[in-house]
Ligand binder design. Sequence first.
Ligand code: EPU
Length: 426
Amino acid sequence: MVRPSGPLFGSVNIKGAKNSVLKLMAATLLAEGTHHLHNVPDITDVKIVAELLRRCGVSVSFAGEGHVIIEVPPTEKIVPRASLELVSKIRASVVVMGPLLARCNWVELAQPGGDDFGSRPIDYHIEGFSALGATFSERDGYLFGRTEGLTGSRVVLEFPSHTATDNILMAAVLAEGRTVIENAAREPEVIDLASMLISMGADIRGAGTSRIEVQGVPKLSPADHWVIPDRVEAASFLAAVAVAGGEVFLRGAREDHMEMLLRKVASVGVHIETTPQGILAKSEGKLKAVDVSTLPYPGVATDYQPLIVTMLSVADGTSVVSENLFSGRFRYVEELRKMGADIFTDGHHVVIRGTPRLKGARVQASDIRAGVALVVAALVADGETEISGVRHIDRGYERIEERLRALGADIERRSAQDLTGCADVG
Ligand code: EPU
């Protein structure tokens, strides 16, 4: 339940990046021994990947304050399988494929389905592993991958897919010889994964550029790694202060990871100051229209899109937002309309005519970012907004309501039921 609360003030610690930590946890499969991950957010997706690793024979323990200890057994004790039960909960479980193929020479994975924002195939992953010498077959909804031993190769991605880049990179580090990934994703989380793999003994060059070169090594050692801050979480708090007004310091947020977004947010009318410790956002709640297109990094990320549309719903003027990554990622727009937003959808574009305030309504979160965008919208909606499906938000945000409340938001969690369960997005 959210009520309009006026301006937000204070400081919020930005947690570790969901879209990095899930891959880092999978990467631990590459080396026997005890790994330490720090700055791990307490979110549902991390718990699901922990369960996935446990079913592979790995021990995962949460030592508190974001410290996770992962003990990976010798190869013969690893069970390289990901069941439908877990894969259907989290699509990102596909990232165990690369490490398991590299380590065990086979993998069995339930076929990930579509999700709440459209079809998300894994053909680039499969093509990449095939180039490294794996073969695949399908039976009863499961995908079986096998190899006599991966060998380095040239992989050209049709699109700079984030998770395909991560997955192929993890397969290549233990492959024999040299792999080159062309048209690689350049996301900061890819760099984070590469830097952890390098600290484990991998030979990787070019992470963060479109061409990643990997010289395979026979063995890696366990990692001790700090997860980078979550740029989408930082953007979510930024959107909250943009619409509600106020002054909030996003402690730990990295300007160099979200440059393009910060430029857009500044042109909307939010004052941004960057420091080595984080980002200060100030807003009077008076926003201006702007046009935005989502693109792979370093462009404006698709994950920011629901937050941007929400900000523009209360901006002065008409904006056009184009979604270029996920065809179905405008489903939440219907919920914003229930709150009085004036938005028209046309294919992968939305036209938003800004209105000064929204109105409270009963709305439903359909995925992580859509859910948090509804929370942001509710901060400037007169009356009460009841958001159901909060479990989606919990997949990617640690105690969002407590942290917003600490900044002055009038928000409470009413149903304990929303703390459990999960769905397939992210
Ligand atoms: N694609 C294919 N085939 C593939 C892989 C991707 O056609 O084999 C297409 C997708 O359908 C999409 C485009 O390529 O149209 C880009 O998808 P990408 O693979 O880059 O997305 P992803 O790696 O599956 C990650 C994040 C998403 C984020 C996207 C884009 C994780 C776990 N997820 O997904 O995060 O939106 O990159 O940056 O890293 C979220 O956090 O809420 C979330 C959805």
